[in-house]
Design a protein around this ligand. Structure first.
Ligand code: CUA
Length: 654
């Protein structure tokens, strides 16, 4: 039945084959019910989701109600997922018109420099949040606020997006994302889904893995992948052994860099425990080499564990040193230091992920077909000198060729992405520790999977519903579009205790990682608060010239500067004409005075490379130089009214 339904709803994922175990078709004894459900679903268009739990079903609610009685008769408890698992073989990615998704997905955007927000399970793209990139849709990179954060840089490389935590689960306040290209960490506030701070990491190149504290809004830990001279000021150019890499703590509240710890080797992916005791980094270059051959020479590299209590105490005691011009205290955490532990892991390990119980960290071997399970309780003892670091590894099962990352369900199972084999390996942690064969299933994915994650997997509230495979190659899965192809994110239903491929979704290159978050955790604002600190610059500017922001319409002249304060209410700007002199420094301050949800305006000034949006009750400003003499129409780029095209005015340059 699964195939029939999928064929009806969308292009079938197809080509999926299970290496082990049973084929993924439905085992339901009452297959005819699906057909009835399908017919009813066809007839029902817009099912409003009012359940809170929501409707994960392809069936219309009438059909669900109809089958619910039968479910009860079959001894089921009548809850959504059990009923669905029993009657149709699993979850559906289908979200009917007018319905809402169950989860927010936060996707990194890779070298596009952005973060994307998807609805899951549908895979519908809800927003692209410009972070390190330029984006005329919102004016990011154009507005004075964004220019202050970006400092003239126009590109970035986002790999890992993680949300802020409280007590082991997401608190819905922030998302954090790295910039590998220019060593930055951005914070996105999740009331408005906009970047509000960007921290620059000193003495860092290849800022790759990041992870926030999971016990509270505390630190965000950032790993340097590339070793460089410290400081990188022309010294040690041809002496790679003198290079170093730093593990950095950024204060999640202030976004100030708190401290750094120098390591032996390098660092790749990052994780934190659930108690606030440890941050961790997989290290693949224990050789401290600079060529590929040098970097893969050793059979074992490391999981580096950072003892946060010791580090914080040492920093407080003034034991940090400053490097170069940076004021950030740096501790020496190289092999033998009390701040770190180096747990030997085969070979060039990549991902490190902590399971939802908080007890185990799983390192994926990359060049070893194994994952290493590290017992964090043993790490406590090892830091006290009672155990050797390697004794913390309690299992090392073989999972396939090229294991990269691991996600978790709520049943003690792990899902490891296997790059070379192009599979996801589902395995049981407990069985691995007991020395039994832990591999439960291998599912083909298409193709060359990189990251993997599961719904709520990075929290203690992992719910065992969905896994997403982020595949680096899509090959023949989508319409070809020239030599650069889309990537392929595949949604896998794990609710039944087995993996079943449910949905393919093409993505713009190239997302690296994603997290899937229950929608009730996120509390988006509907309009802006006019007193938001984001508008401080404009408020101060207005106060300086005796203007009430969002109320007064005024052109202020201050020498060669012209400051233009105006408001917008659909379909008019409060100012339809202003005059400046050629070469003037013009600042346009625009407030959207509409308070209606979803009624955005913006400001595009012809031939001046000025284009930004203002959502309801938002203020933004742009400063630019007036061009050569002439008339330049400015207009609202967001379709806001039947008379949207008339929402414009003239900038007269004389
Ligand atoms: Cu305002 Cu279009």
């Amino acid at each position: 039945m699964g195939t029939v339904r999928i064929a009806f709803l969308r292009v079938a994922p197809g080509m999926a084959r299970e290496v082990e175990g049973e084929s993924p078709h439905c085992h339901c004894p009452t297959e005819h019910l699906h057909e009835e459900g399908l017919v009813m679903a066809k007839g029902k268009d817009t099912q409003k989701d009012t359940s809170g739990i929501g409707r994960r079903f392809v069936l219309g609610s009438g059909a669900v109600a109809g089958i619910a009685g039968l479910g009860a008769a079959m001894g089921l408890n009548g809850t959504g997922s059990k009923l669905h698992a029993a009657t149709s073989g699993g979850l559906s990615a289908e979200v009917r018109p007018g319905e809402l998704d169950q989860y927010y997905g936060f996707w990194s955007g890779g070298h596009s420099g952005e973060v994307r927000v998807l609805g899951i399970p549908s895979g519908r793209e809800l927003k692209r949040i410009p972070v390190f990139n330029y984006d005329a849709a919102y004016g990011w990179g154009t507005t004075n606020f964004s220019k202050r954060l970006l400092k003239g840089k126009q590109s970035g490389d986002t790999h890992h997006v993680h949300l802020s935590y409280n007590n082991g689960t997401y608190d819905g306040r922030y998302a954090f994302v790295n910039d590998k290209a220019q060593a930055r960490l951005a914070r996105i506030r999740l009331d408005q889904f906009v970047v509000d701070e960007i921290a620059e990491i000193p003495h860092a190149q290849g800022t790759h893995g990041i992870f926030p504290s999971r016990h509270a809004l505390d630190g965000v830990y950032c790993n340097s992948e590339f070793r460089i001279p410290l400081p990188n000021d022309g010294r040690d150019l041809q002496d790679p052994k003198a290079y170093g890499a730093l593990h950095t703590c950024v204060d999640a509240k202030t976004m100030q860099v708190r401290w750094q710890v120098r390591v032996t080797g390098n660092m790749d992916l990052c994780a934190t425990d659930y108690k606030g005791k440890y941050s961790m980094a997989c290290s693949y270059n224990s050789e401290e080499g600079v060529t590929l051959a040098e970097m893969i020479a050793n059979d074992r590299d490391y999981l580096i564990v950072f003892n946060l209590q010791r580090i914080e105490a040492a920093v407080k005691a003034g034991k940090g040193v400053q490097i170069g011009k940076s004021k950030v205290p740096v501790l020496d955490g190289r092999v033998g230091s009390p701040y770190t532990m180096y747990i030997p892991i085969p070979k060039s390990p990549h991902g490190v992920n902590v399971d939802p119980t908080g007890r185990y960290a799983v390192c994926a071997g990359k060049l070893s077909p194994t994952v290493s399970v590290v017992d964090l309780e043993k790490v406590d003892q090892a830091f006290e000198g009672k155990l050797k670091p390697r004794d913390c590894v309690v299992a090392e099962p073989e999972v396939g060729l090229g294991p990269l990352h691991t996600a978790f369900d709520n049943k003690g199972n792990a899902y490891t992405s296997i790059f070379i084999d192009s599979v996801v390996t589902m395995w049981n942690i407990d069985k691995a520790i007991k020395g039994q064969n832990p591999v439960l299933q291998k599912l083909d994915v298409n193709y060359q999977i990189g990251h993997i994650n599961a719904s709520m997997s990075e929290t203690k509230d992992a719910d065992g519903q969905w896994v997403v495979a982020l595949n680096k190659f899509s090959k023949d899965r989508f319409l070809p579009v020239g030599a650069f192809r889309a990537e392929n994110d595949q949604l896998i239903d794990i609710s039944s205790g087995r993996m079943r491929l449910e949905h393919d979704a093409s993505t713009h290159p190239e997302p690296h990682d994603a997290v899937i978050v229950k929608r009730e955790i996120i509390r988006p604002a509907k309009v802006w608060d006019r007193n938001d600190a984001r508008f401080d610059f404009e408020r101060k500017l207005a106060a300086k010239y005796g203007v009430t922001l969002g109320q007064d319409t005024k052109v202020v002249r201050d020498g060669k500067k012209a400051i233009v304060f105006m408001t917008g209410v659909a379909p008019v700007f409060s100012l339809t004409e202003f005059e400046v002199k050629q070469g003037d420094e013009v600042t346009i301050v625009l407030t959207n005075n509409d308070g209606v949800e979803d009624l955005s305006h913006g400001m595009c000034v012809s031939h001046h490379d000025v284009n930004f949006g203002v959502s309801p009750q938002e203020t933004a400003s742009v400063t630019f130089k007036a061009g050569s003499k002439g008339v330049y129409w400015y207009y609202c780029p967001w379709f806001c009214h039947a008379l949207h095209l008339e929402m414009r005015g003239r900038m007269i340059v004389s």
